[in-house]
Design a protein around this ligand. Sequence first.
Ligand SMILES: NC(=O)c1ccc[n+]([C@@H]2O[C@H](COP(=O)([O-])OP(=O)(O)OC[C@H]3O[C@@H](n4cnc5c(N)ncnc54)[C@H](OP(=O)(O)O)[C@@H]3O)[C@@H](O)[C@H]2O)c1
Length: 221
Amino acid sequence: MPSATSLVARSYPDKIIGVENTLPWHLGTDLKHFKSRTQGHAVIMGRKTFESIGRPLPNRRNIILSRHLIEDTENVKWAPNPETALLIADQYSIINLKKEFFVIGGEEIYNIFHKYINIVFLTDVFSGPINGDAKFEREFDGREWWFRFEKEFPKSESDDYAFRISCIVRRKPFHRFASKNEFSADDRAVWDAWARYEAMMDRSNPETVLEPSQLDLLSEL
Ligand SMILES: NC(=O)c1ccc[n+]([C@@H]2O[C@H](COP(=O)([O-])OP(=O)(O)OC[C@H]3O[C@@H](n4cnc5c(N)ncnc54)[C@H](OP(=O)(O)O)[C@@H]3O)[C@@H](O)[C@H]2O)c1
């Protein structure tokens, strides 16, 4: 199955990610990175984050976790539980030949999916102490994770604070598997795309989940 990647921006040193359901900063360059990395992919988010964004993210399959019904549209799919969110993300990724999908917050949703995440793009925002009600407190132990690369950005007209984006990779990727029959028998589009997807994944090993073009994204900012 496709691999899960998360993107999160938190304050340094307090690890705050949100206040009263908004982001505590405007970081235009970080948003540009978020957009270019997630374009064309499935993104999983919590209902509160969906409301804080205020609209579906364009050119992405928006999968919204909520215990209460959310009307589906072409780009928005309701997931009443984490298993359904994964199923929708997997099906979309297979049909569109994407090796990864993204978990984009907030606090509750990062915690639910953490065990599946193989790559984290962590933005440390050098804001100093700030107040907030949503946090991302996870530490990345060097025995389990490695810092593959990082890049620092200065405060600028489009960025309220200086920040650093780190790419953190799980040393032993978490692989999820499903058989074609149990997974897609009643979905013709997934069934049809399966062989092409399988061939693509066969050629890849965990190291190539991050393709060179993806690594280049940071240098383009
Ligand atoms: N800095 C960043 O990178 C970043 C990224 C994203 C978000 N944020 C911030 O994070 C904050 C929001 O985080 P949050 O933790 O409060 O909310 P959240 O994770 O966005 O959403 C929580 C909601 O998800 C649904 N949910 C949770 N577990 C579920 C389950 N097992 N099954 C079905 N639905 C489930 C529930 O929706 P219902 O109540 O509808 O049932 C719950 O209220 C905001 O301030 C936002 O701006 C920051």
